[in-house]
Write a protein that binds this ligand. Structure first.
Ligand code: PRP
Ligand code: URA
Length: 209
């Protein structure tokens, strides 16, 4: 089973509460999703490889470090995943961006793919899939399966709120994918929404509804 890393931090709890509040508007919602995306990206890149080199400060020569491992790619699941991209890019500005468009059929809860455009060398990259919400886990399952079909081997998932149902599905189907999650919620309701959750992340980010 992949590791599930849940952020346990007072500032994150404070920010998630603002996201949950139905009176929070899109502007503030977007900024917080971006910020949490950045924090998750820091967590998920803790194991990146470094190489040493010598650097000259104004005072002396010393050992410096630069990132030396695989190149990275961020893959948002549209639409809501777009809200996390700018935050992730603050941490890894050189990452290439792939897009996978997916929406859930509201009756069957099955994901439907409508777009996929990935960097040509995606299979050589370490990939951070981003989507604020993991409910049944179906959308992420399909996106990760798509990436694996393209030969990708190093995949991590960054999400803001996950339901236990989604974590279970992903752990069973993709035990090689580590999950970085800001908040683990209680369960799904009869409509497949996360409880207590924050509602429909895409609608809240983009002001649709
Ligand atoms: C939301 C969310 C996830 C998906 C989660 O997207 O951003 O992609 O639902 O549900 P699942 O884990 O049960 O698959 P939605 O289908 O609402 O599309 P949108 O981002 O375009 O609003
Ligand atoms: N997608 C969302 O945006 N919110 C949920 O609670 C479940 C799926």
């Amino acid at each position: 089973m992949g590791k599930v890393h849940v952020l346990d931090h007072p500032v994150i709890k404070h920010k998630i509460t603002i996201l949950r509040d139905k009176n929070t508007g899109s502007n503030e919602f977007r900024s917080i999703v971006t910020e949490i995306g950045m924090i998750l990206a820091y967590e998920a890149t803790k194991d990146l490889e470094l190489e040493e080199f010598e650097v000259e400060t104004p005072i002396t020569r010393t050992t410096g470090y630069r990132l030396a491992g695989k190149k990275l790619s961020v893959v948002p699941i549209l639409r809501a995943g777009l809200g996390m991209v700018d935050g992730v890019l603050e941490v890894i500005p050189a990452a290439k961006i792939g897009h996978i468009g997916m929406y859930r059929n509201e009756e069957t809860l099955q994901p439907v793919e409508y777009y996929c455009k990935l960097p040509n060398d995606i299979e050589k990259r370490e990939i951070l899939v981003v989507d604020p919400m993991v409910a049944t886990g179906g959308s992420v399952d399909d996106a990760v399966t798509r990436l694996k079909e393209r030969g990708c081997k190093y995949i991590k998932l960054l999400c803001i709120i996950a339901a236990p149902e989604g974590i279970k599905l992903l752990s069973e189907k993709h035990p090689d994918v580590d999950i970085y999650c800001a908040q683990l919620d209680e369960h799904l309701n009869e409509n497949g929404y996360i409880v207590p959750g924050l509602g429909d992340a895409g609608d809240r980010l983009f002001g649709t509804k």
